[in-house]
Design a binder for this molecule. Structure first.
Ligand code: NCD
Length: 309
């Protein structure tokens, strides 16, 4: 049976398990290549449209597109016509009319990438680079690639995600991806008020005690406290938060000896995680960033060449 190739990457839920493996194996093939650049997207135009700040995601999409031979436009929100009252859709339609093949979109409002995918010309691809609390699929994929580089049997892993789950699009995409890959022990560790109701269900367990949730974990993922998404009353006392939920050496000692530590970045040092852990031997945080380029190369290549099934 032939299925239509995917045009957009909006969330993990809309990817088949086959598509997920296709992305991961394409990323690995780029890792093995000796030369940095390949002509897989020669003649294509990619537009980065970030309505929220970003270092890792934006720069790695730009590098990924350039390494594939594509042209890149970095759309500057501050100096664009959206400041003159132009509608978001009109702005994107104008850019599409210039010949953009793919938009990489980050927005503080959930659902904007989906909206654009439904209203732009069907020849244009939309890639979600993080929308509100909703999804950040490329981050979850690069996290799995990083985990695979250290751990062989994914399904048997115990993975703990720690921190500000309620505001985290990263955690939502990670949970969706871990479930698709049939990882049976996914632990969510957060203060009681920070475990959102949509992150419940099969394969998920909740902990409010950090050390209990980390017991014998293979993978520990720390999340950033998302101050910009909090209403005033929610902002915790950071010293107290760090004491209870920051990943410190004494907490990590409850996980397996060979546990790896991830963080999507940017890191709030001595709030989400102690520097000795973030920079320590179990940390794979910089490797995640390196893998971000590979995953984004794979996604751009597969989507723009109509190869993602
Ligand atoms: C994440 C994001 O923006 O959602 N960062 C990232 O893309 N590397 C996580 C965060 O901001 O905390």
């Amino acid at each position: 049976m032939s299925t239509k190739p995917l045009r957009h990457l909006l969330d993990i839920e809309s990817l088949s398990v086959e598509a997920i493996h296709q992305i991961l194996s394409t990323a690995k093939s780029y890792q093995l290549k000796k030369t940095l650049t390949t002509p897989d997207l020669l003649g294509k135009e990619v537009c980065n449209a970030f309505f929220e700040s970003s270092t890792r995601t934006r720069c790695s999409f730009e590098l990924a597109a350039k390494r594939l031979g594509a042209q890149v436009i970095n759309f500057d929100v501050k100096t664009s016509s959206t400041q003159k009252g132009e509608s978001l859709l009109d702005t994107f339609m104008a850019l599409a009319a210039m010949g953009v093949d793919a938009f990489v979109v980050r927005h503080s409002e959930s659902g904007i990438p989906q909206f654009l995918s439904e209203h732009l010309s069907p020849t244009v691809s939309v890639i979600n680079a993080g929308d509100g609390h909703h999804a950040h699929p490329t981050q979850a994929l690069l996290d799995v690639l990083t985990i695979q580089q250290h751990k062989s049997d994914l399904k048997s892993l115990s993975i703990a995600i720690v921190g500000d789950l309620s505001h985290s699009r990263v955690a939502r995409s990670q949970v969706a991806l871990f479930r698709k890959l049939e990882i049976s022990d996914i632990r969510l560790i957060a203060p009681a008020g920070m475990i959102p109701t949509d992150l419940r269900g099969p394969n998920l367990s909740h902990y409010t005690q950090l050390n209990e949730g980390l017991q014998d974990a293979d993978v520990v993922i720390a999340l950033r406290i998302q101050q910009e998404r909090m209403k005033n009353a929610e902002i915790p006392n950071f010293a107290e938060y760090f004491q209870h939920y920051g990943i410190k050496p004494e907490n990590l000692s409850h996980a397996k000896k060979d546990a790896i530590v991830l963080h999507p970045g940017p890191i709030n040092r001595e709030i989400d995680i102690a520097s000795v852990v973030a920079d320590g031997p179990q940390s794979v945080i910089l490797q995640q960033i390196t893998n971000g380029v590979l995953i984004r190369m794979a996604i751009l290549k597969l989507l723009l060449n109509s190869q993602l099934k």
